[in-house]
Design a protein around this ligand. Sequence first.
Ligand SMILES: *Cc1c(COP(=O)(O)O)cnc(C)c1O
Length: 404
Amino acid sequence: MSEVPPTAGLPLGLGDFLPAPALSFEQSLATFLKVPAVQIECSGTAALVLILATLAAGSKRRRVILPAYTCPLVLLAILHCRLEPILCDLQPGHFDFDLQTLSRLCTEDTLAVITTHLGGRVANLQPVLEIAGRTGTHVIEDAAQALGANWQGQPVGMIGEAGFYSLAVGKGLTLFEGGVLLASRDALRSKLRETAQKIIPRNIPREALRVAQLLGYAALYRPSGLALAYGIPLRRALKRGKLIEAVGDNFPADIPLHQVGFWRKAVGARALRRLPAFQSELNMQAQQRLKRLASISNIVALTDAPGDQGTWPFFMILMPTRAARDAALDRLWTARLGVSRLYLNALIDYSYLRENIASEDTPNARDFAARMLTVSNSPWLNDAGFESICRVLEANCRCAGAPG
Ligand SMILES: *Cc1c(COP(=O)(O)O)cnc(C)c1O
């Protein structure tokens, strides 16, 4: 039985494991992104830890603003650096910050604002840069799922002070776990390297584990292998009602920090050569399928603003109500078609995080979490499968009646 992955990852081939390529992974990535240099770390979260630690070392400010709906690892990275997380609510029906709330929260005590290019969609950076600029606050771009995306012609991650991409499984190009660190200014780039030399050790057993995991990914990331690696554990977790396990939101508080070995980077460099063609295939498929999604009344598929070019690992779809979302997921989540949820909750609603967050009401983030589902943009989801998903979405919007 074949299984569609929830996100469109770049499959690895045998050729990716052969001798090292001529250019280093860092050099090839910098060329691909059209940036001066990149730094490879063991995860997106590790990259964020380095950014925060470096910025905090040069400042007395301790507060870091983050979106009230994002990956829980972002919050854990802030706590790891002993900084104070401040949740900012979203705009209704979007992942961008509510700007009035952001202006109120962003003060002379704010070290940084972390803005997110969620799920490959491009954030509206201009107002964030303006608001942060008024108080001398740094802007950090979380572009974890947006390697290859552009904001107004510039690569995301390079518009604020610093940014990062994730190379984890499911985010596109992968080293099984990995992160790419970017900074817009030379001075910060060299400081980030110094911080890494100080706080990122070698860990040979951990690197050996990652090599084995990357080989496992190469073997199983195909329609016939994904049931074993993804589908069966997913359906088992759902059957037991363990939603946090089902989406993989149960992160440990301690963040692994170690250097990425030469061999995994060489795999990345070889796989990267196929990324441009893969991304343009995904983009073409996404543009086609967005038309079909737009024909379904009462749902919204998130897109990019004019002048922005995101990446398309999956579609983020807002249903009219939580009940409609849940009804659609009842039919689709276990259907092997790559329909899923992104992060389960607004950050405030994870029991394992709540004690670390000053209570701030974030109703729009809660609503976004309650109404969103994701539809894979993997090339392995064929037209018939995609159409059957659209029919279920249509049926459940009708049941839900008029949108609120
Ligand atoms: C995955 C993700 C991260 C963390 O990246 P890792 O490489 O898994 O550590 C951070 N932010 C967002 C929005 C993500 O999707």
